[in-house]
Write a protein that binds this ligand. Structure first.
Ligand SMILES: *Cc1c(COP(=O)(O)O)cnc(C)c1O
Length: 412
């Protein structure tokens, strides 16, 4: 019966031929000379668009080189929020005025979580899962130490992620804020953001979603779900380039009551008033601290426009097909060699990557990188296969998994 199922499954070539987004792959820069056989790590660092090479050169010459300091008045001061609004509209389901580009993800997490705790005297507990990304946990440890707050750790299944049932008994009148990743960085589990947000709000607490692995790969409806706070990366599925700045979403209903802890002139009411003391700006700008990273926020604009052109629904549809194909190929080629698929099998509970475990995958990854086959490795045993929907093809994926199998078989 298995054989019947396998022959009925379309081949990688057939999937590529039927892919309505196949043409978008040409929009990405590809190095000459086969240095990039299969890129399976767009969830860590997205590939650059060809347009970005051109647009960055134009920015240096026209915007920076020619307008110089005048650029701040003409455009750059507003860019954190104009780019933020566009990210909000295209990818987050967020109305204007609630998203800004800020600092790194880590610093934005600090600012919003601190603000959330500070705004609710008497609520001194922060809820986070043990499997969350290290920086999220570390930032919370630091805030708990600073504020004398208590961390309530969620123990969820590491091969999936946090469900509403895992939160039962942890939320109450002392809960200040709950911090979870919408797509788990290790397993790829896609949390039920709507149900969890509703549950957290019922407890009177604030909900913060880390969207690093979902923005640009999974459709989001932050306004409709009633989310209070969110932070996300732009160098993963938004292809903003190494170290491109994070964005923050603060629901309009929360902006006036939240005061972020790093008071800088760019988040002040009148930045060029050179006033004696700090008064926060109205609205989303108060979550900014210093001079916005204007140069570093240029490349992500190109990707957001490409996503706008095809639509998030089409992106998600391809992402689902890619991860289904990855699971099928891994079952066929890697599981027989002793590997375990440690990601959800139900596509509705999966983001855009899968993780496969094997004790030798650290060594395997090093050898693969030399061949231009690039997944990533997360200790202790996890090989992560990231499938950035607009830049990844099905044959590219099969080539990658075949190479993983071959290198693993050699080492066994
Ligand atoms: C990638 C990622 C980060 C990265 O934080 P930086 O401050 O940008 O280094 C944080 N959280 C999650 C869940 C991530 O996936």
């Amino acid at each position: 019966m298995n054989t019947v199922q396998q022959t009925q499954r379309p081949s990688s070539a057939e999937l590529d031929a039927a892919d309505p987004l196949a043409a978008q792959r040409d929009a990405f820069y590809t190095p000459d000379g086969g240095q990039l056989a299969a890129y399976l790590d767009g969830n860590s660092l997205g590939r650059p668009l060809k347009a970005t090479a051109q647009n960055l050169a134009t920015f240096v010459e026209d915007a920076w080189g020619s307008r110089l300091i005048r650029g701040w008045d003409e455009q750059w001061m507003d860019e954190p929020t104009t780019v933020g609004d566009r990210i909000g509209e295209v990818t987050l389901g967020a109305a204007a005025g609630q998203v800004t580009i800020g600092d790194s993800t880590s610093v934005m997490l600090y600012k919003l979580i601190r603000a959330a705790v500070d705004s609710q005297p008497g609520r001194d507990e922060i809820v986070v899962d043990r499997d969350n990304f290290p920086t999220d946990r570390f930032i919370i440890e630091g805030i708990a130490a600073e504020k004398g707050a208590t961390i309530r750790w969620v123990a969820s299944n590491p091969a999936s992620g946090v469900r509403t049932t895992d939160l039962e008994g942890l939320l109450g009148e002392r809960t200040a804020v709950v911090v979870l990743s919408h797509v788990a960085y290790r397993s790829g589990f896609l949390a039920d953001a709507q149900a969890i947000t509703a549950m957290v709000k019922d407890a009177g607490a604030l909900m913060l979603w880390d969207l690093c692995h979902s923005v640009g790969s999974v459709p989001l409806e932050l306004d409709a779900w009633g989310v209070d706070l969110a932070v996300g990366c732009t160098y993963k599925y938004l292809n903003g380039g190494p170290g491109s700045p994070a964005f923050a979403y603060v629901n309009a209903s929360r902006q006036d009551t939240l005061q972020q802890p790093i008071w800088g002139w760019m988040g002040a009411d009148n930045p060029f008033g050179m006033t004696d003391s700090y008064t926060p700006a109205q609205g989303i700008r108060r979550f900014i601290t210093g001079t916005p990273p204007v140069l570093a926020m240029q490349p992500l604009k190109d990707m957001v426009e490409l996503i706008a052109a095809v639509g998030m629904e089409a992106v998600r549809e391809k992402s689902v097909k890619l991860t289904e194909h990855a699971v099928a190929l891994a079952e066929e080629m890697l599981v027989p060699l002793g590997a375990d698929i440690v990601s959800p099998r139900n596509t509705a509970e999966r983001g855009s990557h899968i993780t496969v475990d094997h004790p030798l995958f650290g060594d395997v990854t090093r050898k693969l990188w030399e061949q231009g086959v690039i997944p990533d490795f997360r200790p202790p045993h996890g090989l992560r296969i990231g499938l950035s929907p607009l830049s990844t093809g099905y044959e590219e994926l099969e080539l990658g998994i075949t190479a993983i199998r071959d290198v693993l078989a050699e080492l066994l």
